[in-house]
Design a protein around this ligand. Structure first.
Ligand SMILES: Cc1ncc(C[n+]2csc(CCOP(=O)(O)OP(=O)(O)O)c2C)c(N)n1
Ligand SMILES: [Mg+2]
Length: 582
């Protein structure tokens, strides 16, 4: 190992030394982590330089939140932790939203932040960028560690990796004080102190009786339904999941980031009949999907309950790696605890080849709804209104994604998110990356950069104009690394729509409204990329086709009817209603 450590040789003793900087980099490389997303400054500037010198790829961002989001989604895409590197206090805090979001979404990532002098921070004597970062990070991630001595770096990184990917994946914080980096130690002892983590995400095999209970319940169903969450996508058990769906013949519903595990055009997809299958189903098999707000907590009117909290009568089988997920919202009749790959394989083995298909009244009722709704949507998509609306623009995006099924699709916004999710079919797993569990704005450019870097495929980012603003400066990063990213801004002049007015009639516009007819494409041109101003589906189509063909950084400003959106997109009802009307 010492040969790659750029060892310092002291002439007197001829002892080969290594230091904290190199031990961190060697520990990452030893564990197959070859990319760092970050932003330099005290005390980690030299770490980024040395990383590049040691052959790691360092993707340097304009704001740490975007670097953090990139690391998080790299973790989702690869099933191993993405690493984000920041400076102390403010840089650390900027990275923290991404760390918390990664934890919420079960994306494995490690936020490594430099930190200031422990002695001064702990006595609160006012050090440069003083902050007790470890304490602040703890409640927002799965685990948080600090390394004080160079010979503990190997253990620190090993623990961070295991915490990020084992069990339910999530965010991990690793605090590396400035003094650590310069510490030296014998190079051979340093190399020996590093740990190559063996089996970082061990399989967790489900209990046979849990599998049997699940199979018995599934067999009893008259109207079974399978729900796939992004945990199912993360599990990389694509073939087995497809076999389970097809051999049982059960209609399935993909959550947003599970789209493409099976192609959205699959005849068993019930996505176009969602509002029919949720209340009607009698047994629901959840695979890597949690019964959180996105599924109305498994109860209430969405599920056929009488009011917003009452149970709809469904029985649930839930596959999840975390035992405490069970019963978190409604009773889980058949919990199956284990990693999704092992659980699905065990179910498949139990199903064999003689599994009775669900009653045809159920499957034909579902496909009838599906066919009807798809036909209705096709009619809407075929229209060519002026100005362009979400549907006519997405009709184009839908074709482009169909023609480029390997392209990555990043998506955020409100209407720009909801319409894209329901209109744009995905054909391959882990291609759709979006706002996830929190519906957080700001993931766009960080996800797009990582999607391009990690996959090498073209990236299409469908962005609300508001959503884009949270990370828009990273178009410079996209140009700097010459990434094949095509950003499409659905520009409707504001948050949800561009038509609100100031009730007082003063000079300030309404809080949801932006500068009208903003020329976002010029932002991309400023850094050498291609800017396109598109007011028609034809202009949008040729802009996207050329972006994918050329692989040049491109930003298409797609002008959308400012009246077309609705408040909060599909989740208008989550807005508290004022009791007093003024
Ligand atoms: C970090 C964060 N801040 C604020 C919000 C609230 N929010 C939800 S969607 C949205 C933007 C919607 O506007 P846009 O992206 O232009 O999409 P449109 O509906 O106009 O297509 C905002 C600000 C959020 N989800 N996350
Ligand atoms: Mg908008």
């Amino acid at each position: 190992m010492s040969a790659v450590l750029s060892p310092v040789t002291t002439p007197a003793a001829e002892v080969r030394l290594t230091d904290g900087f190199h031990l961190v980099l060697d520990a990452l490389k030893l564990n197959g982590i070859h990319t760092i997303y970050g932003l330099p400054g005290i005390p980690i500037t030299d770490l980024t330089r040395m990383a590049q010198a040691e052959g790691l790829r360092v993707i340097s961002f304009r704001h740490e939140q975007n670097a953090g989001n990139a690391a998080a989604i790299a973790g989702f895409m690869n099933g191993k932790p993405g690493v984000c590197l920041t400076v102390s206090a403010p840089g650390f805090l900027n990275g923290l939203t991404a760390l918390a979001n990664a934890t919420t979404n079960c994306f494995p990532m490690i936020l490594i932040s430099g930190s200031s002098e422990r002695e001064i921070v702990d006595l609160q004597q006012g050090d440069y960028e003083e902050m007790d970062q470890l304490a602040i990070a703890k409640p927002l991630c799965k685990a948080a560690f600090r390394v004080l001595h160079a010979d503990d770096i190997g253990v620190g990184i090993a623990r961070a990796i295991r915490a990020a990917v084992s069990g339910r994946p999530g965010g991990v914080y690793l605090d590396l004080p400035a003094k650590l980096f310069a510490q030296t130690m014998d190079a051979a002892a340093g190399a020996a102190s590093l740990i190559q983590v063996v089996d970082p995400a061990p399989r967790q095999i489900p209990a046979p009786d849990a599998i049997q209970r699940a199979l018995d319940l599934l067999k009893s169903a008259k109207k079974p339904l399978i729900l796939l969450g992004k945990g199912a996508a993360y599990a990389r058990a694509d073939d087995d999941i497809r076999a389970l769906v097809e051999r049982t013949g059960i209609p399935y519903l993909p959550m947003s980031m599970a789209k493409g595990i099976l192609p959205d055009t699959h005849e068993q997809s019930a996505a176009a009949a969602r509002s029919y299958v949720l209340p009607e189903a009698d047994v629901v098999l959840l695979i890597g999907a949690r019964l959180n707000w996105l599924l109305s907590h498994g109860k209430g009117k969405t599920w056929g309950g009488k009011d917003h909290k009452s149970w709809g009568g469904q029985k649930f089988i839930q596959i999840d790696i975390s035992p405490t997920e069970m019963d978190s919202n409604v009773r889980i009749d058949a919990p199956v605890v284990g990693d999704i790959g092992s659980c699905v394989a065990a179910l498949l083995a139990g199903i064999g080849s003689q599994w009775p298909k669900p009653p045809s009244e159920w499957t034909s009722a579902v496909s009838e709804r599906r066919t009807k709704n798809i036909a209705k949507m096709a009619e809407t998509l075929a229209k060519d209104p002026k100005p362009m609306n979400f549907h006519s623009a997405l009709n184009v995006v839908r074709d482009i994604v169909k023609a480029n099924p390997d392209a990555m699709l990043v998506n955020e916004g409100a209407n720009a998110l909801d319409f894209t999710r329901s209109i744009v079919d995905m054909y391959k797993p882990r291609k759709r990356l979006d706002v996830g569990t929190w519906g957080v704005m700001g993931i766009g450019m960080g996800f797009a950069v990582a999607a391009a870097v990690e996959s090498g495929q073209p990236v299409i980012a469908i962005e609300g104009d508001s959503a884009f603003g949270f990370s828009g400066m990273e178009v410079e990063t996209i140009c700097r690394y010459n990434l094949p990213v095509c950003v499409v801004i659905f520009n409707n002049n504001g948050v949800y729509r561009g038509t609100d007015v100031n009730p007082k009639g003063g000079p300030d516009v309404a809080p949801t409204v932006f500068v009208k007819d903003a020329r976002y494409e010029k932002l991309m041109e400023a850094f050498g990329g291609v800017g396109v101003y598109a007011t028609t589906p034809a202009e949008l189509r040729s802009g996207m086709e050329e972006a994918i063909r050329s692989r040049r950084p491109t930003l298409i400003n797609a002008v959308i009817d400012e009246t077309a959106g609705t408040e909060s997109g599909r989740i208008t009802s989550l807005n508290p209603a004022a009791a007093l009307k003024k």
